[in-house]
Design a protein around this ligand. Structure first.
Ligand code: ADP
Ligand code: MG
Length: 693
């Protein structure tokens, strides 16, 4: 077996099974070795039954094992139980619809039992497993259809056993010694099959350091590439005064402050690279419009990218108020004819302000004189797209932008880069944004436009869930308001049995409430999603059950209640962002947070949202309790290039890695060249054409 071979070279994996692994993005032996578990079950020591809390996975050593009993419930479920006991407590091992496990129960008087404790009806171990020997710490992997943990564990074990020695070491001993990092072989072995919890944390630190190092090297390369480029020195005297009369309102102090910062940046001859952070509803759009107005006044085109068509359409309405006929909307769903007309207008320069979805960056839009690129809701975009668009510079050459891989080379040729502005609704703690966006200047829109009422947030205990839904039903009927119910998953998953899915909540509410319900999730086609959203906006749906696809969504002022099921599954920053979808109208808005895990930590974390509406405070709390992984994960930022090792990453690791990256770029010794090459390979779209000397 070789490290670069396909998974089919593992015994027991044929083409069919390889396809299941492919669904997880795993193709080669190497992929499998770098596949991070999402969790671990600590079966390395046995515990007393009485010490095991509700919801915990544990191994216990029992002295008594009774006979297996099976019975069928009214709804035709087969339940199998076995009584077991240690000195501290008696309990039941229990299985649902698995009558065959009766045969697997040992006849001896004692042994180990593994399982998840459920204390709702006395002490019970759900899906218990009897073993003679403790299995140690078991990895739990993300799953895809028709795969289970055992299949993945066995495959990973085979891969690690035969190939871990052929992984080449990426971090030389200087770096490893300086930052106290384990060798790669140790790290990979213990990532999957840790000898103890300490070995696991050493392994994870090593891998997340490497991820962070490679990522920060890319940021450094991008930064060095940028400062070399020339920008456009826009004239910005009086532009604010000219712009203000075009608005239906007077800007807040925070908005005026940021407009000032934009003016200054744009006037400068180095390209603007600014990140605007502000809570949902803080009024960032007008800042984008202002920058586009400055570009227009100087005879330059500008583009405003949105993550969804719905948002692009909202932006387009506002562009029309300011730019009239000279603006355009580009979305994926346009007809070819419409598209061609618009593209011609952009190429000729008749169209000066453009908005659209990322279809823009994938497509063949050719600008006559692009001066400004704005990315809205940046957390939806990867670093990759951000860099790609940022490099679509000024052009006179017709052929230059045919390929999708424009980028840095063109910048060097044209030697002028457009200004860039990124708008993010995810407040990020300052320590972290300095690293993530160290290549950007940062503006913060603090404070809300007048008249916005904070969303009143409630933590709802399980016992009140049913009456809460009754209350919402009555609000819908009596006040004609609308509501969202957000769930973390689309459909039920046995692995995470305490998390409610959108489908199951939808079915439950359908049979219990008499309101008009809708169900929306990411697996629907865009057209279907639009249809549902349109119906919701038209008030043909009262209650919309959804996954987080509504996160970056629309303004429906009549929707003033949001329920979030299994809220403990979300990061606080994301919950905060979700609740920003309500509170857009006249009525007072409410957000209800539910969770099946009622532990003190979960309660305390969720209560942060009850006590404050300040996105930055919430982000700090998130960073404190969950580490930066929350901000680096795909959900928040689209920096999907990070492995799930990022979950173990802490801010110190990230800071150290950044410092190391700065040195490596400044002083690319022979040893480090390899790392730079790795970074370029991993992020090749971003940095392929940038030369570092
Ligand atoms: P976000 O920061 O989430 O993009 P928007 O720019 O969409 O926020 O603004 C939210 C709402 O607030 C919009 O309806 C916008 O017209 C309104 N708004 C923005 N700034 C002001 C202001 N200074 N005064 C009154 N309303 C404002
Ligand atoms: Mg916005």
């Amino acid at each position: 077996m070789q490290i670069n071979e396909a998974l089919t070279s593992i015994r027991g994996i044929g083409p069919g099974r390889a396809e299941m692994f492919a669904a997880l993005g795993l193709f080669s032996i190497r992929d499998l070795m770098y596949f991070s578990p999402r969790d671990y079950l600590d079966y390395s020591v046995s515990r007393q039954i009485s010490d095991v809390q509700h919801g915990e996975y544990a191994a216990v050593c029992v002295k008594f094992i009774g006979p297996a009993k099976s019975f069928r419930t009214k709804n035709k479920m087969t339940v199998t139980t076995v009584s077991v006991a240690d000195d501290s407590e008696n309990m039941q091992a229990i299985w649902f619809n698995r009558p065959y496990v009766a045969q697997l129960v040992p006849k001896e008087t004692g042994g180990y039992v593994l399982g998840r404790m459920d204390r709702q009806h006395g002490a019970r171990f759900i899906n218990a497993v009897f073993v003679d020997k403790l299995p140690g710490i078991l990895p739990v992997y993300p799953l895809a259809k028709r795969l289970n943990q055992n299949i993945i564990r066995n495959a990973v074990k085979a891969a690690v056993d035969s190939c871990v020695k052929s992984i080449s070491e990426t971090l030389d001993s200087d770096i490893r010694n300086r930052f106290k990092l384990a060798p790669i072989e140790f790290a990979i072995r213990n990532l999957h099959f840790p000898t103890d919890m300490n070995a696991l944390s050493v392994a994870r630190r090593r891998l997340s350091f490497e991820d962070a190092l490679i990522f920060t090297i890319v940021l450094e390369i991008m930064r060095s590439g940028r400062s070399a480029a020339n920008g456009i020195a826009f004239k910005t005297e009086n532009t604010i005064d000219e712009f203000l009369p075009k608005l239906p309102f007077y800007p807040t102090e925070a908005q005026l402050k940021v407009m000032g910062e934009i003016s200054e940046d744009m006037a400068h001859s180095t390209p603007m690279n600014r990140l605007i952070q502000g809570d949902v509803g803080s009024g960032k759009t007008v800042l984008a419009l202002y920058a586009m107005f400055v570009a227009m006044k100087n005879g330059y085109q500008s583009v405003l990218m949105a993550p969804t068509e719905i948002l692009a359409e909202q932006h387009y309405k506002q562009l029309k108020n300011i730019f009239g006929e000279k603006c355009a909307l580009i979305v994926g769903s346009m007809s070819k004819k419409q598209g061609d007309t618009i593209l011609a207008g952009i190429w000729s320069g008749d169209i000066i302000a453009i908005t659209g979805t990322h279809a823009l960056i994938e497509g063949k839009v050719k600008f006559k004189r692009l001066g400004l690129v704005i990315t809205d809701e940046q957390h939806r975009f990867g670093v990759r797209q951000r860099a790609l668009l940022g490099h679509k510079g000024e052009t006179q050459d017709e052929d230059r932008y045919e390929a999708t891989n424009f980028a840095a080379q063109d910048v060097v040729m044209a030697n002028v880069a457009p200004d860039t502005l990124i708008m993010s609704a995810t407040p990020i703690p300052r320590t972290l944004s300095l690293i993530l966006y160290g290549d950007l200047d940062i503006s913060i829109v603090d404070g809300m436009p007048p008249g916005r009422k904070p969303v009143v947030t409630h933590y709802v205990p399980k016992s009140k869930r049913v009456s809460m839904y009754r209350y919402i039903e009555s609000c819908i009927k009596e006040q004609g308001i609308q509501a969202y119910v957000v769930c973390p998953m689309i459909e039920d998953n046995d692995e995470i049995s305490d998390t409610l899915s959108a489908e199951s909540v939808y079915n439950e509410l359908k049979s219990n409430l008499s309101v008009r319900l809708g169900l929306m999730h990411g697996r629907l086609k865009n057209a279907q999603k639009d249809e549902i959203m349109t119906a919701f906006r038209a008030q043909e749906i009262d209650l919309l059950v959804s996954t987080t696809v509504i996160e970056v969504g629309v303004d429906v002022p009549n929707a003033c209640i949001m329920v979030i099921e299994s809220a403990d599954r979300f990061g606080l920053a994301q919950l905060h962002q979700l609740r920003g979808r309500v509170g857009r109208g006249e009525k007072e808005s409410h957000c209800f947070l539910l969770s099946s895990s009622q532990t003190q930590t979960v309660k305390e974390r969720l209560k942060t949202l009850v006590s404050t509406n300040d996105g930055f405070k919430i982000a700090e709390k998130d960073l404190e309790t969950r580490g930066p992984g929350e901000f680096l994960g795909t959900r928040q930022h689209g920096i999907s290039e990070f492995g799930s090792a990022s979950l173990a990453m802490d801010i110190e690791t990230l800071t150290e890695a950044r410092d190391a990256a700065i040195e490596i770029i400044k002083n690319p010794t022979e040893k480090n060249v390899n790392l730079i090459r790795l970074a370029k390979e991993k992020y090749h779209n971003v940095v392929s054409n940038i030369v570092i000397n």
